[in-house]
Design a protein around this ligand. Structure first.
Ligand code: CA
Length: 244
């Protein structure tokens, strides 16, 4: 389950060089040459992190980030700004907009990768904690691995993202529409039923360890991940397709 990065950079040479280096480092990179293209990608799939060049034609990188921050679905995406600007005023402006970190051009790819790792660690859940945990179930956001005790659980990329979202927001109920927005991104071409399919797959993967009961159907409302499984909440869980 590779970590996905959206790279928004208008200069083809820098974009390709950066994309190549990040791919070699094991990241899955989606390239965009302008804001429209980046937003089209975001509406189909949310990345784990966004790299944005400041100086873009028409709509600037900073305006793009403002848009990300105005939208509930993209607000929490970690953002690194690529910039030739070093003036303090610009950095302050960027930080006020919600940029998490800067890399000043020209940069070494080694430095960029180090910044990406540091930011992912910071944003993975707490300051130093990259691990989400519910009892013995652990999800490592840095390595994209899921364990129960010493056993690694194999999940498809969508099930992983779904579990990560649910474990980050335990005991809250999300409708299928909300899950589509938060886990898949705003793609109008995906049917709500798709959520049910992936919830079933997730339960199946967790079932050998008893954690399927934590992924609960709340009738008429949606799904939630319980921080604790109890007899009564297990009753809420339906093994078959729920009728919401
Ligand atoms: Ca540029």
């Amino acid at each position: 389950m590779p970590i996905e990065i959206l790279l928004l950079e208008d200069e083809a040479a820098i974009r390709e060089m950066t994309s190549f280096a990040l791919s070699r480092a094991g990241y899955k990179v989606t390239e965009a040459a302008d804001v429209d293209e980046a937003q089209a990608h975001l509406s189909e799939r949310l990345p784990d992190l966004v790299l944005v060049d400041w100086m873009l034609p028409e709509i600037s990188g900073i305006e793009f980030i403002r848009r990300l921050k105005r939208d509930d679905v993209t607000r929490d995406l970690p953002v690194i700004m690529l910039t030739a600007r070093t003036e303090e005023d610009d950095k302050v402006r960027g930080l006020e907009t919600g940029v998490d970190d800067y890399v000043t051009k020209p940069f070494s790819t080694r430095e960029l990768i180090a910044r990406i790792r540091a930011l992912l660690r910071r944003t993975a859940g707490g300051d130093s904690d990259t691990e989400l945990r519910v009892q013995d179930l652990r999800l490592n956001a840095e390595s994209h691995a899921v364990f129960v005790g010493d056993s690694a659980i194999q999940l498809g990329p969508t099930e992983y993202r779904l579990l990560k979202f649910l474990m980050s927001n335990t005991d809250r109920v999300y409708s299928r529409t909300q899950l589509l927005d938060f886990v898949w991104g705003r793609n109008t071409y995906i049917e709500e039923r798709t959520v049910d399919v992936h919830v079933l797959r997730l339960r199946k993967a967790l079932a050998p360890y008893g954690f399927d009961r934590f992924v609960q159907t709340v009738r008429g409302a949606g799904y939630r991940f319980a921080a604790k499984s109890s007899k009564s909440s297990a009753d809420v869980t339906s093994a078959r397709l729920p009728s919401l």
